[in-house]
Design a protein around this ligand. Structure first.
Ligand SMILES: Cc1cc2nc3c(=O)[nH]c(=O)nc-3n(C[C@H](O)[C@H](O)[C@H](O)COP(=O)(O)OP(=O)(O)OC[C@H]3O[C@@H](n4cnc5c(N)ncnc54)[C@H](O)[C@@H]3O)c2cc1C
Length: 559
């Protein structure tokens, strides 16, 4: 108990202290280590999870609306310490609730499309902002597939969050924390977070809390695997920059391995003499290594197949001429590819992909093994690279939150993106869906939905601040303005070799413009170039495209 109190007092930040951000943060951490040294129990941050652990269970057992503790990754460790602390209050390091006279604090979970659009427009004269996410950048997902084969560089599609909202780097009471949120207490207005584990830091991941006046949950979704055996262990997903890096490395590794010469093996022959023969990668093994299989014929699967076929047609043929005839791309889909596009555009894409050498297969995956997949009709498909792109669903974190849910298990929201039945909590993007009682459909998991929700919500927040509704429990009967209305602007997908599909209709059955071919590809490229978040990245993307056009793709395997 004493240990916990000393640590917490040491950690509590004086909210309105001026001065530079760095100084403030240093004071925060100096106090932390100072307190811990004084009590001479632990000498570094490792102790934080233990401090919190001393009191955790008592907190969770008081019937507060929260995520059940057994769903927390560190639950076991916490349970062990329960008996030591039955009557203690929980002690978390972190940020305490704001005091009267201080700016209200908005806590934003995530650095994706929704969160970043929100952060970008937030009036930081009216609010302090704390952004918590396991990554410190936004990913421009529509161009992510291009980075897997070197058409674009990784940095061209990632935007540091501190450039999107500069207050996170410069304002004394605004912070970015590289951590995952693991629980929310909507009554106490607190979120509980765990730091990242693989950052090479000298201590174990630990947990901390951040009190909020307003909470914005924009934590995205996770790839759907439908519980199919072996997917998580063997397939690559394509959602983050590090996924694209892994795919690129694996693709280039397979290309290089298949070019390697065989090796000598000693063989004892009938005359009892030793003979050396060349062994190595068989023809069959070469074909397997160079078989790239994509599961899922949605826009992401199709765009990735198109990028791969471009890479093969132009770069592999020139630079890996010895193995060029072995490399193959197969796209497996249970139904139609690009089912959200109309039949004419679908047909165009099918013909174009076939012409580009992509094999289209109908099938349902039953099991995934390290070197082959098995389809439900019993067909074996050997592969060297497997990319899984079958859509997204709610993440474990979203599922674990004790909040109302929309059909499909996302966080349930009303037309103002509020989570009803709890105060000051908003959700948007792929992790949120309209509640059934709103009579509105759950919107598709798209960047254009997430971005527009972010833009809408920030207007609501800035209006609330003007009317003194920024603090916790202060909105009361305040009008939030017009509800959010989504108007679909259309869909686009590139299919490789300077061709794309553009469908500007609100739905595939509505009237409007839809076209496919080179002009569509120009529209696709121009549209995304203008959507790239910063001038810096727009410049990178344009230069990368020009470099690829003139010199071909970069196929260095680094790391
Ligand atoms: C390859 C690819 C191509 C795409 N192309 C298009 C396209 O062309 N057009 C289009 O409209 N849409 C496209 N999409 C879909 C679009 O990217 C998503 O709909 C969009 O990213 C959703 O935005 P979001 O903010 O809800 O979630 P995300 O952008 O996924 O961001 C979620 C954020 O939450 C963070 N997070 C996760 N868990 C936690 C936690 N526990 N605590 C704190 N933070 C957490 C994540 O690290 C991330 O920063 C594409 C998606 C992919 C993967």
């Amino acid at each position: 108990m004493a240990l916990a109190r000393v640590a917490r007092n040491g950690l509590r930040r004086s909210g309105g202290v001026g001065g530079g951000n760095t100084t403030e943060r240093n004071i925060f951490f100096e106090r932390l280590s100072g307190s811990l040294e004084k009590i001479n129990v632990h000498s570094n941050l490792t102790s934080l999870s233990t401090i919190k652990g001393l009191n955790h269970m008592n907190f969770w057992s008081r019937g507060i609306r929260t995520t059940p503790p057994y769903q927390f990754p560190l639950a076991e460790r916490l349970v062990e310490t329960e008996s030591e602390s039955e009557h203690d209050e929980p002690r978390y390091p972190g940020l305490e609730a704001t005091k009267p006279g201080e700016k209200p604090r908005v806590v934003v979970l995530g650095t994706g499309w929704a969160a970043c659009r929100f952060l970008n427009g937030l009036d930081t004269k009216a609010y302090d902002v704390v952004c918590i996410s396991p990554r410190n950048h936004m990913v421009f997902t529509p161009l992510l597939a291009s980075t897997c084969v070197g058409t674009l560089e990784f940095r061209s599609v990632s935007e540091p969050v501190s450039r999107i909202q500069s207050a996170l780097a410069t304002s004394p009471n605004s912070y970015f924390y590289l951590a995952s949120c693991i629980g929310v207490d909507t009554n106490k207005h607190e979120v509980y977070c765990e730091t990242m584990s693989n950052g090479g830091l000298p201590h174990e991941p630990y947990q901390f809390k951040v009190a909020y006046d307003k909470l914005v949950i924009a934590a995205g979704a996770e790839p759907l695997t439908f519980g199919i055996k072996g997917v998580k262990e063997n397939a690559y997903f394509l959602r983050e920059v590090n996924h694209a890096q892994e795919i690129r490395k694996k693709l280039l590794l397979n290309l290089m391995l298949s070019e390697n010469p065989g090796f000598l093996v000693a063989k004892l022959n009938y005359s009892l003499t030793i003979e050396f023969v060349i062994a190595g990668i068989s023809e069959e093994e070469k074909s397997r290594l160079l078989h790239c299989v994509i599961i899922g014929g949605g826009p992401t699967g199709v765009e990735f197949s198109g990028e791969l076929s471009d890479f093969i047609m132009r770069d592999v043929r020139e630079r890996y001429s010895q193995v060029k005839d072995y490399i193959k791309v197969t796209l497996i889909e249970a139904n139609e590819i690009l089912s959200s596009f109309d039949v004419g555009l679908r047909q165009y894409a099918t013909n174009h992909l076939r012409k580009s050498g992509v094999q289209l297969m109908r099938g349902v995956v039953k099991e995934v093994h390290p070197k082959k997949i098995i389809l439900s009709d019993g067909t074996d498909v050997p592969y060297g690279l497997l990319v899984w792109s079958t859509g997204v669903g709610p993440s474990q974190f979203i599922k674990s939150l004790n909040l109302p849910k929309s059909p499909g298990g996302r966080i349930g929201i009303d037309e103002w993106l509020r989570v009803p039945s709890v105060e000051d909590v908003f959700a948007l993007g792929d992790c949120a869906g309209f509640l059934e009682q709103t009579g509105k459909p759950v919107l598709p998991a798209l960047a254009q939905v997430a971005e527009r929700q972010g833009k809408y919500l920030v207007e609501v927040f800035n209006r609330m601040a003007k009317e003194d509704g920024g603090k916790a429990f202060s909105v009361k009967d305040m009008s939030l303005g017009d509800p959010f209305v989504y108007k679909h602007l259309g869909s686009m997908a590139s299919v490789g070799r300077y061709k794309a599909l553009v469908d500007l209709r609100q739905s595939k059955d509505a009237q409007g413009i839809s076209l496919a071919g080179f002009i569509s590809w120009l529209i696709w490229r121009s549209a995304y170039l203008t959507r790239v978040v910063s001038w810096r990245n727009r410049f990178y993307v344009a230069v990368n495209w020009a470099t690829t056009l003139v010199f071909g793709r970069d196929d260095s395997r680094i790391g």
